[in-house]
Design a protein around this ligand. Sequence first.
Ligand code: RRO
Length: 327
Amino acid sequence: MNLENQSVVLSSNIGQININNPFFNASGAWCQTKEQLNDLINSNSGGFISKSCTPQHREGNPPVRYWDNQKMSINSMGLPNLGISSYLNLHNDHSYDKPYFLSLAGLNINDNLLMSYNIVDSENIHCISGLEYNLSCPNIIGKGQLGYDFEATNEYLRRIMETPIYDINKSELAIGIKLPPYFELTHFDEISDIVRQFPRLDFMTCINSIANGLVIDTEKEAPVIYPKSGFGGIGGNIVKPTALANVRKFYTLLGDKLDIIGCGGVLNGEDAFHHILAGASAVSVGTSLMVNGPIIFDTLNSQLEDIMISKGYNSIGDFKGKLKGFY
Ligand code: RRO
């Protein structure tokens, strides 16, 4: 094989939205302030997404609320964000020419309906390429994760799809949901049955952090974060097998209906390759973006490209979802 002449194309798509390469930040990572979002604009990510937002500004939980090392992170941020209008109107402060997604995480259905109307009514709607409805925030005290309540998830999606958001052309706005990790095979079937009822959904992001883990500091003999007695969402490379299983299972159940954004445990190009092999159309990066900063996207692009060249793949489509059987 002549490696020198081989051209590799990293572009992909989420619904009908094209991205130059498959990499996004995970919502929550490096995207809370406008400065951080500007760093993502100037990075080599294929697209970028805001911190999950609410109708109004929120302080979130008290510090220390985030901790990481090279292998893992734990957070109990509690949805700190600038409020939807700052994220919706980002273009007024920083121009960008790659897809920008908004992540929405109202504390109840009315918040989410209100934000959906805010978006439709905004003059900046054309500066948004995607909406990710976060059904899986693990850290709101007194509130469970919506994605674990199937009836409520169904009702939530039904109400969102009744808003004018539903009528926006798929080529202008991708609509998706961010799910918690599932561990029971029957749960994948139940969520898939719900998702099939909403053909306007273009993507699902799998997975949010694994809720309610606990990390202990040996010297202090205490948790490493303060809120919720130290309980928080776990991310980083240790969640990768769970993330891959979720991507794979949903790809086999729904891969002909929507795109999957793989999220969980991506430290290097090989991790991204595994997510795409399992069925992801795009890959988002959380802990490793927090640890390394937006320069991580340079590394991920070049490492993924190297793997593709070594295997003779020219495009993401050459291997997306094509995980082989054991034999
Ligand atoms: O802000 C958070 O505590 C948070 C959110 Br909204 C989320 O979706 N996932 C997470 O790990 N933390």
